[in-house]
Write a protein of this length. Structure first.
Length: 298
DNA sequence: CAGATTTGACCTAT
DNA sequence: ATAGGTCAAATCTG
């Protein structure tokens, strides 16, 4: 137990040091590499402690279990629980389609004074996908992703220098397409946009959508049958699928991207180069399957 | 003039 | 109570 407490105290210490650095030195806030390492150290230390506590809970007093049940990521999920087997009724943190998402599998009824059945929440991270994309010079919009979007709002966000823009698919009204995206410029890297996609396209009207065999069945937005001309498009666009990755960084690649920025000072935001990076990452077996070496880029 | 964008007001979840 | 998300009227643009 002492060792576990030591781990927790270590993590707290690192977190305090990071906090102090952020408050004292302006440069630190823009040093992504340092921030990343610090966060990883903190998360690592907490993870070790959590592992130890999980190991204990099966053999230890109920008090330890109660502690875990009440503290391990109540409600919104505990970011420190990544990779740690969560006990039953606890939310598990998973990686989802390039972005972090929190799978809420816990017991309903956490909301005070309300029905025990949780209402469907617009703010739950269902099917979200977060991408980091280079901002094109002199343009507020992210690079074309093959879909047409209509901007329906812009809002100043707390603690963000730049406003967030809201878009939905232009076919929202005609085809009931539920795809939406939020676009926000990063505070630390104004040349980078964070694009958050919510919901899959069901309109299938993209002209250059990549053919992605749909092997994931997590698509809630599928609208049953598809009619008339859409049936023909279906053979081209396959099933309702997630956003194509053309030109875009997944969150996992963001640290690589940030390292590039750190190393080179200024990152060349040429879309072609980012595209090149995307197609040479080699981590996307789907893309590999689609674009054999002899075919090259579309 | 139609469609896109802006922006203040309103709604909803926390 | 507050912040984030959405609506819709006003405005802009081709």
């Amino acid at each position: 137990m002492e060792e576990i407490l030591s781990r927790i105290l270590d993590a707290c210490k690192i977190a305090r040091e990071l906090e102090s650095s952020l408050l004292l030195y302006v440069d630190v806030a823009s040093d992504a590499h340092y921030l990343l390492r610090s966060c990883e150290e903190i998360v690592g230390a907490f993870n070790k402690a959590v592992h130890g506590l999980y190991a204990m809970q099966s053999s230890q007093a109920p008090s330890v279990q109660m502690l875990l049940m009440s503290s391990a990521g109540e409600g919104t999920g505990n970011p420190f629980c990544t990779g740690v087997p969560a006990p039953e009724n606890q939310p598990a943190v998973t990686e989802s389609e390039g972005g972090l998402s929190y799978v809420h599998s816990g017991a309903p009824g956490q909301r005070k004074g309300k029905s025990l059945v949780p209402r469907s929440s617009k703010k739950r991270n269902e099917g979200i996908s977060i991408k980091l994309v280079p901002a094109q010079p002199n343009m507020e919009n992210p690079p074309d992703d093959g879909y047409t979007w209509k901007k329906y709002g812009q809002k100043e966000i707390l603690n963000s220098r730049f406003p967030r823009s809201y878009y939905h698919c232009t076919h929202k009204h005609h085809h009931g397409c539920k795809a939406k995206k939020k676009v926000q410029r990063l505070d630390d890297y104004p040349s980078t946009l964070e694009v958050t996609y919510c919901g899959a396209h069901t309109c299938r009207t993209s002209l250059n959508q990549i053919l992605i065999p749909n092997d994931n069945n997590n698509n809630d937005d599928s609208q049953g049958g598809h009619l008339g001309a859409q049936a023909a498009l279906q053979t081209v666009a396959s099933q309702p699928t997630l956003i194509q990755d053309h030109n875009w960084f997944n969150r996992e690649d963001s640290s690589r991207y940030i390292e590039q920025m750190q190393g080179g000072g200024e990152v060349d935001c040429s879309v072609a180069e980012f595209e090149d990076v995307m197609f040479t990452l080699g981590s996307n077996s789907t893309l590999d399957a689609i674009f054999s070496p002899s075919q090259g880029k579309p």
